[in-house]
Design a protein around this ligand. Structure first.
Ligand code: ATP
Ligand code: MG
Length: 335
């Protein structure tokens, strides 16, 4: 998978006191939906503004499709569509005029614009609002129109700053569906949020940023694996639980075993350390030892847990060696 966005030691401060980005190193693979997650003031908008050439870094470098944001901003602008975290004021424009205006400013010829506007309005489900004034649209509709606007020049990369903020739960679900559709169309999407759960289902990759530094970055499955020192498996059984627990305790990789005889379906819970291949060995051993298993599953941890886990570590005054090793991105230096 090739890399569409890369930053190296990207640094940006505002005035003498605020260091918004502190040697940020990130990579976004082509075709990813990259969730850029961090609390208020972490540096998400600053990163996005640099990647869209609206702001210059103080030092370090960033490339989009191989073009430097500093040296070749025009080429970068062609490759990127940006949805800022505010809508702007375009009150006297109708929806179609709004899209027409942006497409024209990107140099899309008039003959192509009309058809494209229809397609974009269709895509974001606003065809019925084509002739309504932008100011008369609901907030969710404005967000969708703004998303359509980012695609007016058919860029390869969409950078969306908090697109879900202010949306109701249903509109959030619709946004997620739309992002999936855009990905299927071949777009790469970088999307920021501080609400993790809204990204959990849709992202292929995530980067966690805090105080201008990337704490973890990678594909979701790898991050989950690397940040969990051990995994928990639930095994539902027809056999005697205590007997099963005693047998499991002695197997390699097993850290702890708990029994739940009162559960609707009696089970044991195994804290386990090992890769996927040893997990499958574990299961094979359970079965060959005669246990009657009805269900075997790893508990999954969601992005919310990971985020809390990673950011908790940075709350510590000194990052220990073991927590440093857990950082997924090798470029992350201990704080
Ligand atoms: N125009 C500005 N002038 C001065 N400081 C700024 C400016 N823009 C951002 N900052 C500061 O830079 C830091 C990073 O801000 P940024 O807007 O990039 O964060 P963010 O992750 O987008 O936060 P949020 O989730 O609140 O949108 C903050 O400390 C902020 O106060
Ligand atoms: Mg922001």
């Amino acid at each position: 998978m090739s890399i569409i966005v890369e930053t190296q030691n990207l640094t940006r401060s505002y005035g003498a006191t605020t260091l918004a980005l502190d040697s940020l190193n990130l990579q976004i693979p082509q075709g990813a939906i990259y969730g850029f997650i961090g609390p208020n003031g972490a540096g998400k908008t600053t990163t996005m503004r640099i990647l869209t050439t609206l702001l210059l870094p103080n030092s370090g470098a960033a490339w989009v499709e191989g073009h430097s944001v500093v040296k070749h901003p025009k080429a970068v602008r062609k490759a990127v569509g940006f949805m800022p975290d505010f809508f702007g004021v375009y009150d006297s424009m109708k929806s179609w005029e709004y899209l027409d205006f942006f497409a024209a400013s990107y140099g899309v010829p008039a003959a192509r614009r009309q058809r494209m506007i229809g397609d974009l309005l269709d895509l974001v489900d606003l065809s019925h609002k084509r002739d309504e004034y932008v100011m008369d649209l609901s907030r969710g509709m404005k967000q969708r129109l703004s998303l359509a606007r980012t695609m007016a020049h058919d860029p390869a990369l969409l950078i969306l700053d908090e697109p879900a903020s202010g949306l109701d739960p249903r509109a959030r679900v619709e946004l997620r569906e739309l992002l999936k559709e855009l990905r299927a169309l071949g777009k790469t999407i970088m999307i920021s949020s501080h609400i993790l759960t809204e990204l959990a289902e849709v992202c292929t990759h995530i980067g966690i940023i805090e105080q201008g530094r990337l704490l973890a970055s990678g594909d979701v499955a790898t991050i989950i694996r690397s940040l969990q020192p051990h995994r928990i498996f639930e095994v539902h059984l027809l056999s005697d639980l205590e007997e099963a627990a005693n047998l499991v305790r002695d197997l390699p990789g097993v850290l702890d075993v708990r029994t739940f005889p009162e559960a609707t379906s009696p089970m044991i819970e195994i804290d386990y350390e090992g890769d996927d291949s040893s997990v499958s060995d574990l299961l094979a051993q359970l079965i060959t030892s005669g246990m009657r298993i009805t269900h075997f599953a790893g508990q999954h941890s969601d992005l919310e847990d990971i985020f809390l886990h990673v950011t908790e570590q940075t709350m510590l005054p000194i990052m220990t060696t073991s927590t440093a090793e857990q950082s997924v991105d090798k470029n992350v230096a201990p704080k």
